[in-house]
Design a protein around this ligand. Structure first.
Ligand code: NAD
Ligand code: UD1
Length: 340
């Protein structure tokens, strides 16, 4: 298939491009580079090899005219829609910018798609739509919960919008992928997560402590109702997550209508479990101290990924040691991310 990949220069998009080409698909990338560096795409092409060039258009998905040009220049079988802003704390400070970028961007994209004859989309959603989950492990049947921040609201609202569109026009095939906590990097160490400023998320913070950029990790709370008191999450290797998108194309190909899948491993690790796994896998000590809980955090969140296995034949293959090894391999080889 030929796939329009929005946000393809970003963390998950860049890894997905590699898996798409490995599976025999081709892609065109649209990204406004708001949170990425085109160097990622150069490295993706190197990793795919064989002289492949992936067409890249520096386009904002809210720009109807430019997006239409791209849709008319190529024939797309489907779109994988990663483009969006994703920093939870920033979304609390700049709610308008998050609603405008994420919601308006998706509305413009799907309108341009349907006007140009492409009604197949895979959407990057998040486990955040479950709020404080009503069940653990979380199946897709779990009711959606209250999102405590505008970023999470955009994901939940966009799910509703896309579901309504599919109901009204069954020609749409829409796959909502609810990611748990993507970490790690391509095993080559050439592409990975490149957060701007102080990382909000746990693994990039750990790797920046490991590389000496930050003195210690703050552990946000050790009084949760978990085995060691620290928050439990379902960390998933970004390469496994990327492969989940390739599998989701099968659902699109078989005219799934609407389909929703959790992409997680089904295993929960606490903050201290992850710190210990990182130390073990890489033989590095991570200094840390216990801090207050972070507003909006929940105790425990991990998936039941059985539906994706049953229906897509997808299962996460990498374990937490490989996630830690590959995250560190990327960070130590690229201490300044793509900037150097
Ligand atoms: P990322 O920031 O690395 O990638 C997103 C890309 O979208 C960036 O390259 C950015 O420049 C681009 N972009 C943003 N707004 C755009 C616009 N208006 N037009 C064109 N391009 C635009 O993030 P990521 O981690 O790769 O996440 C990809 C998607 O998955 C996002 O939608 C994110 O919300 C979602 N998601 C991510 C996580 C995670 O932990 N990384 C978890 C759940 C869901
Ligand atoms: C975050 C987002 C969520 C998004 C998800 C996937 C928040 C509040 N939520 O979830 O919307 O879908 O990423 O990427 O940001 N921790 C520390 N110290 C740190 C950083 C984190 O102790 O410096 C702890 C957190 O309290 C949590 C765990 O590590 O228990 C994981 O945190 P993080 O990586 O930010 O992911 P989530 O909070 O699960």
């Amino acid at each position: 298939m030929n796939i329009l990949v929005t946000g393809g220069a970003g963390f998950i998009g860049s890894h997905t491009l590699i898996e798409l080409y490995k599976a025999g698909h081709t892609a065109v990338v649209v990204d406004n580079l708001a949170n990425s560096n085109p160097e990622s795409l150069k490295r993706v092409a190197e990793l795919i090899g064989g002289g492949v060039t992936i067409p890249f258009h520096e386009v904002d998905v809210r720009d109807r005219a430019k997006l239409t040009q791209v849709l008319q220049q190529y024939q797309f079988d489907a779109c994988i829609h990663f483009a969006g802003l994703k920093a939870v704390g920033e979304s609390v400070a700049k709610p308008w910018e998050y609603y405008e970028n994420n919601i308006n961007g998706t509305l413009v994209l799907v309108d341009c798609m349907r006007q140009n004859g492409c009604k197949n989309i895979i959407f990057s959603s998040s486990a955040t739509v479950y709020g404080d989950p009503a069940m653990i492990p979380i199946t897709e049947q779990c009711p959606k919960g209250h999102c405590t921040n505008p970023y999470g609201q955009t994901k939940s609202m966009l799910e509703e919008i896309l579901m309504d569109m599919q109901k009204a026009d069954p020609e749409w095939n829409i796959v909502l992928l609810r990611y748990f906590n993507p970490i790690g990097a391509h095993p080559s160490g050439r592409i990975g997560e490149d957060p701007k400023g102080i990382p909000n998320n746990l693994m990039p913070y750990i790797t920046q402590v490991a590389v000496g950029k930050r003195p210690e990790l703050g552990v946000f709370g050790n009084d949760y109702d978990t085995h060691d008191g620290t928050g439990v999450r379902d960390y998933i290797h970004v390469v496994d997550l990327a492969r989940g998108h390739v599998k989701a194309l099968q659902a699109i190909g078989s005219q799934c209508g609407l389909a929703i899948y959790n992409l997680g491993t089904g295993h929960g690790y606490s903050v201290l479990d992850l710190v210990k796994a990182f130390e073990r896998a890489n033989n590095i000590t991570i200094p840390y101290s216990i801090k207050a809980r972070r507003a909006g955090d929940i105790a425990t969140c991990y998936s039941d990924p059985a539906k994706a296995e049953r229906e897509l034949g997808w299962v996460a293959e990498y374990g937490v040691d490989e996630m830690c090894r590959d995250a560190w391999n990327w960070q130590k080889n690229n201490p300044e991310g793509y900037a150097k």
